[in-house]
Design a protein around this ligand. Structure first.
Ligand SMILES: C[S@@+](CC[C@H](N)C(=O)[O-])C[C@H]1O[C@@H](n2cnc3c(N)ncnc32)[C@H](O)[C@@H]1O
Length: 210
């Protein structure tokens, strides 16, 4: 039985909340350091980018790698993570160049073509409606806008994820599946690459363009 089935709530990693969730989110910024670097290297954010991170957690990636973009935004379904991310990016939020919203990845609270770049870091595997979410990200990106998704655990990494699936209620995707889903959502120029990260022997990085 997974944690969800046991307590009727999502596991902390899937929706960090309360003190435990905040502690976990603080820890994640260190654990995901190499993953952030790999995403940033692929995304190549420029000062004129309008960037959105879906499943932004504590807002650490935004603070470290998107502090100089023209605009930035974060969305998370955990109210506590939205607060934490807003606090971590307070100066930008107060200046009006950054905003943080609570919501689900499958229904984004922004107009069509609002952003030039998007990322989903260590979160896609939790999404219950992944195809709808990809369509939504495609909708809020401008033509030519790019999306980077990182998946530390994936079907190509040679690990046995049965325990993780059971414990966290996650889905494990292969690069081929990711490519098909991204193309179905309307993306092109899909590239799936792999690199090493902390405790992730074959971190998957998916890049796609609207
Ligand atoms: C493992 S954490 C990663 C957080 C952040 N991206 C990072 O690397 O520090 C996963 C995050 O995705 C969020 N999340 C999971 N499912 C979501 C969904 N369907 N819609 C929005 N956010 C979601 C969780 O609340 C959590 O903050």
């Amino acid at each position: 039985m997974n944690e969800t089935a046991k307590n009727g709530e999502l596991p902390q990693a899937a929706k960090p909340s309360g003190i435990k969730g905040r502690l976990l989110a603080s820890l994640m910024q260190w654990v995901h350091g190499a993953e952030y670097r790999a995403v940033a290297k692929t995304l190549r954010l420029e000062p004129d980018d309008r960037f959105v991170e879906i499943g932004c957690g504590s807002g650490s990636f935004l603070a470290k790698y998107a502090s100089r973009t023209a605009a930035s935004a974060g969305l998370d379904h955990s109210a506590d993570m939205v607060k934490m991310a807003a606090r971590r990016n307070r100066r930008r939020e107060q200046s009006g160049s950054s905003e943080f919203k609570q919501g689900d990845a499958s229904s984004l609270p922004w107009r069509d073509s609002s952003f030039t770049a998007a990322a989903a870091i260590a979160t896609f595997m939790f999404w219950p409606q992944p195809q709808d979410a990809l369509r939504e990200i495609h909708r809020v990106l401008r033509p030519g806008g790019r999306l980077v998704i990182s998946l530390g655990w994936n079907a190509d990494d040679g690990l046995d994820h049965a325990g993780h699936v059971e414990k966290y209620g996650i889905r494990i995707y292969s690069g081929t599946e990711m490519q098909a889903m991204l193309e179905r959502a309307g993306f092109s120029e899909v590239e799936v690459t792999y690199t090493k990260a902390f405790m992730e022997p074959k971190l998957m990085i998916c890049k796609a363009v609207k």
